[in-house]
Design a protein around this ligand. Structure first.
Ligand SMILES: CC(C)(COP(=O)(O)OP(=O)(O)OC[C@H]1O[C@@H](n2cnc3c(N)ncnc32)[C@H](O)[C@@H]1OP(=O)(O)O)[C@@H](O)C(=O)NCCC(=O)NCCS
Length: 150
């Protein structure tokens, strides 16, 4: 426990509904299909190490999550790079350090797995999220995403 009375633990398949509900509260639309695909990939495929975490209150309510991907590849040898796929804190529980706690424990967890670098994608127009990542020691990567309309 910490000053927020929130503990961070590994995400389990049973957290699906809570994750979808938090995402929906944030984005005002349901992405259950997307999370269904992600949960299938991250929990059922042997190619990925468990790297997703949830923030849970004392009463068991999940109030935040971070989803990560660590690809193991052939022969169970994982790579030294991981991806932070998405992070979300229930809007009613923000500004209490839960996001920071999720990132810090996510980093600690990845470090123990041998990961050396974490990547994430943020929309350039998403100033709040850019600010959050920057406050948590993320810096612009040396690669840039390119796109072309078809
Ligand atoms: C980005 C996000 C994860 C941050 O979560 P959070 O729990 O509010 O993050 P933190 O509390 O660690 O930090 C946020 C701010 O609260 C401040 N804070 C931290 N602890 C605090 C405390 N005890 N009291 C007051 N403020 C505090 C931090 O300093 C920070 O302030 P700043 O923005 O001025 O730097 C959250 O806003 C979010 O989920 N955003 C939406 C992300 C999204 O779109 N995801 C995709 C869909 S799931």
């Amino acid at each position: 426990m910490n000053q927020n009375n929130v503990k961070i633990r590994l995400m389990q398949t049973g957290d699906f509904d809570a994750v979808v509900a938090i995402d929906e509260k944030i984005l005002q639309t349901s992405h259950s299909g997307y999370y269904s695909m992600k949960f299938e990939k991250l929990f059922k495929s042997k190619d990925y190490l468990p790297a997703s975490l949830v923030a849970e209150q004392e009463d068991g309510t999940v109030v935040g999550f971070v989803m990560g991907e660590i690809f193991m590849g052939e022969y169970g040898i994982y790579q030294e790079e991981a991806t932070l796929v998405t992070i979300g804190v229930d809007p009613d529980y923000r500004q209490k350090g839960i996001g920071k706690q999720l990132i810090n424990e996510f980093m600690d967890h990845l470090r123990t797995l041998g990961v050396k670098k974490m990547y994430t994608l943020v929309g350039l127009e998403d100033a709040k999220l850019m600010h959050f990542f920057s406050a948590n020691q993320f810096v612009p990567s040396k690669t840039i995403n390119l796109e072309r309309s078809i």
